[in-house]
Write a protein that binds this ligand. Sequence first.
Ligand SMILES: [Zn+2]
Length: 385
Amino acid sequence: MKLATLVILFIAAAVIAGLAVIALAQPASGPKLDTLIRQSEEAAKKQQAAPAALSSTDSKEPAKETTPVKTAIISRAGYDITPLSKETIDELAKKLSPEDAKVILNKGTEPAFCGNLLDNKTDGTYACKLCGLPLFSSNDKFNSGTGWPSFFAPYAADHIKYHKDSAYGMVRVEILCNRCDAHLGHVFDDGPKDKTGLRYCLNSASMDFYAKDAKLPLAPIATKTAYFAGGCFWGIEHRYQETQGVVNAVSGYMGGNVAKPTYKQVCTDLTGHAEVVKIEYNPAQTTYRQLLERFFKLHDPTQLNRQGPDIGNQYRSAIFAADQTQADEAKAFIAEQASNPRFKGRPIVTLVESAATEGAAMFWVAEDYHQDYNERTGHQCYLPE
Ligand SMILES: [Zn+2]
């Protein structure tokens, strides 16, 4: 090779490396990024504080002879995201190529414009190369021009862990797999403004791509659905989200006569919708009966078409049964509660309605600003509990 060619190659490599540093060396401190780090740290604290189920129920047994078994942590998308043990991660890491291991285990960065997933435009899912957890979807991929695969949102918020990274004299926000701690890349707040405003900058080496109809390495758990209307959905959603066995709680509208209702329409009390919380639960961790018991503690089932200061048909007390078994169980539960001293002299007015799966009466997800309202704003709405 001629000397001139070598010089040109050297200059080209230096320019590419320089571009890479510029692309990554952006300040981390923005309100959106700070929020991601704070939420990630709070979630980790909650995980550590999760109740541990003891393998032995005999309280006479010496404590040292019982083995604590952590309750599985299920993501809002229904995946088991219980942190993997070091032994399991070491075992999984054996299958990695040295190049991938350098990125995933040692927080390396692959050269720009070199990853195999940069220009992938096929519909499908990007999963963690180490543990198989779905991390990103083709629906959220965009061309950022940086040379690394870029997404404006993760597959599910709780599949990603955020960590402040001060390496190389820069402050950045590192993103990791929330199940196995695999290094994925970084997130910046210069993403598409009409979406989340975030740019998740990924290493292709950290992920495997699965086309739309391909079988993913991990499957979500089989959940069941329940629907409860007990006044303002903000508080009910928040409490159920914190309830053992509840995978996800979503605020919405149900049981009305207008399709795709808005909050403004529902507030008129004319559409027939109730403010409803849709619950996905893990039947291995909680029963429908336990969710019913919780529902009666979270609201006052003797108030007709109101809860405290919230008045109107949209605040009615109602259980929307997903099937006949739920309807029978809900009716039996309400009948049984008539003799509960808490409701003495006050008849229970909770309705049992059928959960429609199509048409105007079906469940319509409420506007984004209603979701996780208490968690995001710190606001507490009226609850008798
Ligand atoms: Zn992983």
